[in-house]
Design a protein around this ligand. Structure first.
Ligand code: SAH
Length: 398
């Protein structure tokens, strides 16, 4: 196995269990590792630090194990996936009656940097974000079969858009496993008793935004008797909760035609009166511009990540400010705004400041009723604070 020796003093972050080795920390590489190989990482004095996946780039090693245990051992994948499942069981998500979809593996949060696996009532949809995880996909699939047994219906690999492109990697999405009789690319799942159709082949990311489960429940709690606008609705998650919890009317807006088609199907699936729901395939900002003041007394603002890297930060903060100022200025007196950011590089203080500036711009009286986060199955490894990405505020606008 290739040995990576770090520069003197550069072992500090690994001793604090941070799971990344930056290329600048490396003094010496013994051998010629291929991308995705498992390598051993050692301090300058030769002491063992960790095993991890090697990759060319600024993060050179993603750590899989800090102990001397051999990560190439036969039980590594089953053990780590079982430990991830234990967390979901502790969080009341598995086995689940009212909720049967959740994130099973959240990368560094579950000690598996570069790997996402979402569970849709027996269908695992995996996305590898590193070469090492992509190359391990068959071992991961075998481990899923062992951990879930007959509960596993299928494993779908959807890494073509996430794994770094490398010559020689066969980046074609497809099933790694299908139980006998399994044939569809979509199925109905339950989230807090609400029904959703999830299509992992056609949908964005793995098919559904599982990270908004708790925040959708909170929207449900505040929806009774309200007129709701769900901006950036994707397949209508917040809209379904609002209508199931007594909203008078909900309008859903997204610029993706495919997403809006799924919204329509989700409305039928939940049996709502068509007159209670409006659907617009439109740019959210443009839609908001034409909204009459006071029409909505609950507005949800859940845009895609405006900043994907640090360089985009200041533009992103300005965009959050503009969007939130528009929403705050339009909501009816006594109305609520649920506003979110899923940009990892925008931390919660920076986001709150952008929303504060937006509120000040409108001159309205605004109170913070709640601070919103990602749920337990999007667990944050305490040694890897970068895993925290979703943040939101619930505002009361007088
Ligand atoms: N709230 C959703 C997730 C939102 S993801 C849920 O609960 O599932 C962000 C969504 O914003 C995507 O569906 C994307 O299609 C949409 N989007 C991106 N740019 C947009 C724009 N300018 N106007 C409206 N929708 C947009």
């Amino acid at each position: 196995m290739t040995k990576i020796i770090l520069k003197k003093g550069r072992e500090e972050s690994l001793l604090r269990y941070h799971p990344w080795v930056f290329s600048g920390a490396i003094a010496q590489v013994s051998g010629q590792p291929s991308e995705g190989d498992i390598v051993g990482v050692f301090a300058h004095d030769g002491s063992f630090l960790a095993y991890g996946h090697y990759q060319v780039g600024s993060i050179a090693v993603r750590v899989l194990s800090f102990s001397g245990e051999d990560v190439l051992g036969p039980d590594f994948w089953t053990n780590t996936i079982r430990r991830a499942l234990n967390v979901r069981t502790a969080a009341g998500l598995y086995p689940g009656e009212k909720t049967n979809c959740f994130r099973l593996v959240h990368g560094e949060g579950d000690g598996l940097p570069g790997l996402i696996i979402d569970w849709y009532d027996g269908v695992c949809v995996m996305q590898a974000h590193s070469v090492g995880m992509f190359r391990a996909k068959n071992a991961i699939c075998s481990a899923l079969k062992e951990v879930f047994g007959d509960d596993l219906k299928a494993v779908y690999d959807k890494s073509s858009g996430t794994a770094p492109f490398k010559a020689g990697l066969d980046l074609v999405d497809g099933y790694l496993f299908k139980a006998e009789g399994f044939k569809d690319d979509e199925q109905v799942v339950l989230e807090n008793g609400n029904k959703f159709l999830v299509n992992w082949t056609e949908g964005q990311k793995t098919g559904f935004f599982l990270d908004q489960r708790e925040n959708r429940a909170l929207v449900g709690k505040y929806s009774r008797g309200r007129n709701v606008l769900n901006m950036f609705c994707y397949t209508g998650g917040f809209s379904v909760y609002a209508l199931n919890n007594g909203a008078v009317h909900v309008d859903s807006v997204d610029s993706s035609k495919k997403a809006m088609d799924m919204v329509a199907r989700n409305m039928c699936l939940n049996g709502f009166d068509p007159s209670a729901h409006g659907e617009s395939c439109a740019d959210a900002m443009e839609f908001l511009r034409d909204v009459p003041e006071d029409k909505y007394d609950l507005i949800i603002v859940d845009p895609p990540a405006f900043a994907k890297h640090r360089g985009a930060l200041s533009n992103a903060l300005r965009a959050y400010q503009r969007l939130n100022a528009a929403a705050i200025s339009k909501v009816a007196p006594g109305g609520l705004v649920f506003t979110f950011s899923c940009s990892q590089v925008v931390d919660k203080e920076a986001f709150a400041l952008a929303v504060f500036s937006a509120a000040a711009q409108t001159g309205r009286s605004v109170r913070i009723l709640d601070r919103l986060n990602q749920p337990a199955d999007h667990a944050v490894n305490i040694y890897h604070p970068e895993g925290e990405y979703l943040k939101g505020l619930l505002l009361y606008v007088e």
